[in-house]
Design a protein around this ligand. Structure first.
Ligand SMILES: [Zn+2]
Length: 403
């Protein structure tokens, strides 16, 4: 490599480093950025000048010094000519949001797709139309999309990335991005430019939960709303695994020779502690059919809290299985925190108690169980995480974002 090529590479790397740190910090002075990146103050000043010139960073406020010295000028991300687009497809509806690189929401639209089981084309019709509406609005405001993501409530994998199995919609392998690109020339253009990604909700939700819990070194995220899913976040990044299957916590085989699971294994956690199983045991399967899973799970949690005998009996079994799964994860990951999402967010204290009684540990050395926290972000965790992930992807190459 020639010297100038190498230094151009270093320059690009450092530009991304400064932009990425500023995104993570929200706002910072030049000195704080120098400290956070390990770059010399003079380099940071030059890199910030470049980012300001490209419209990616702006000065926000001057803070008067407490003692002697100059006032600190704070910087934040701007990018008024850019936006990040996120489309979420869940069991009932498609939701599209546009946001700035700094995570500020610009627009949100949602529409029910009517849950056409086994018919991904009709879901793609609704999602593509919604995305096109938002993209047109962004175009009128003079913003171009820096990155776009499509988030599904299902595992994804493969090359190109496809939905592997969405049990809520009765999908097998579905190339959702291809279906969307066929329907929307704008999404096709983003796809061709390599700026359109397909993501699993649990992985991006875990990113948002990780930020919300103060960035623990290791985080186990376990979520249950339709099935059971999760993610293991290490150093801020959800583990992917060699096949993209890491964090498939619903399919931890917790019961030897248990019942056959849809995944092909026997005795998976979801077969003994999945929402359908627990709701049936609690006598709430009918409500789930009529009013939907969310309403039924709310009633389930209310029943447990009120001491309703069938809800309590179902929960006692589910709670023991979920706690055993968490015990296995504690021994495998030794996490600094556990976050529970979906309806389990409202039962975090119950699982913390069960875990404290189990006392995971080796040879008398008991690990103090990590804090078990209920998600505070609720259903928005996946959207928030996808926005953050997309902004980080865009900022990995700030030079490409110039107007
Ligand atoms: Zn399974």
């Amino acid at each position: 490599m020639t010297g100038s090529l190498a230094s151009a590479d270093v320059g690009r790397h450092n530009l991304a480093l400064v932009a990425g740190r500023l995104a993570a910090l929200g706002s910072a002075s030049r000195s704080e950025l120098a400290q956070a990146t390990g770059l010399a103050r003079g380099s940071v000043t030059a890199l910030v000048r470049r980012l300001e010139r490209d419209g990616l960073v702006r000065e926000t406020a001057s803070i008067a010094p407490s003692g002697k010295g100059r006032p600190r000028t704070l910087l934040k991300l701007s990018g008024d000519h850019l936006a990040v687009l996120t489309v979420l497809v869940d069991a009932d509806r498609a939701t599209a949001v546009a946001s700035t690189l700094g995570g500020e929401r610009l627009a949100r639209a949602e529409r029910r797709h009517g849950r056409p089981m086994g018919d991904p084309g009709r879901v793609a019709d609704v999602a593509a139309e919604l995305a096109d509406g938002l993209l047109a609005e962004l175009g009128r405001e003079g913003r171009r999309v820096a990155e776009a993501s499509v988030v599904v409530w299902a595992p994804v994998g493969g090359e190109p990335t496809v939905v592997l199995a969405d049990t809520d919609l009765d999908w097998g392998r579905v190339d959702l991005l291809a279906l969307l690109r066929e329907r929307s020339p704008s999404l096709e253009a983003l796809g061709r430019a390599g700026r359109l990604q397909l993501l699993a909700d649990t992985a991006v939700a875990a990113v948002a939960e990780h930020l919300d819990t103060g960035r623990p070194a290791e985080l186990v995220y376990l979520k249950s709303d339709s099935g059971i899913g999760g993610a293991i976040v290490v150093d801020g990044v959800p583990l992917d695994g060699s096949h993209g299957l890491a964090g498939a916590l619903g399919h931890l085989p917790v019961v030897p020779d248990g019942v056959r699971c849809g995944c092909g294994q026997r005795g998976c956690l979801v077969t003994v502690a999945g929402p359908d199983v627990l709701l049936a045991a609690a006598g709430l399967a009918g409500l789930a059919r009529e009013a939907g899973l969310t309403v039924a799970l709310d009633a389930f949690v209310a029943g447990i809290r009120a001491g309703e005998p069938r809800a309590l009996a179902a929960w006692r079994t589910g709670r023991a299985e979920l706690a055993r799964a968490l015990q296995i994860l504690i021994m495998a990951v030794d996490p600094a925190a556990i976050v529970l999402g979906g309806y389990l967010a409202g039962l975090a204290d119950e699982l913390a108690e069960e875990l404290a009684a189990i006392q995971p540990g080796i040879d008398g050395v008991h690990l103090t169980p990590p804090p078990v926290l209920g998600s505070r972000l609720g259903g928005d965790a996946a959207l928030l995480g996808a926005e953050r992930t997309a902004a980080a992807r865009a900022l990995a190459d700030p030079a490409a974002l110039a107007p």
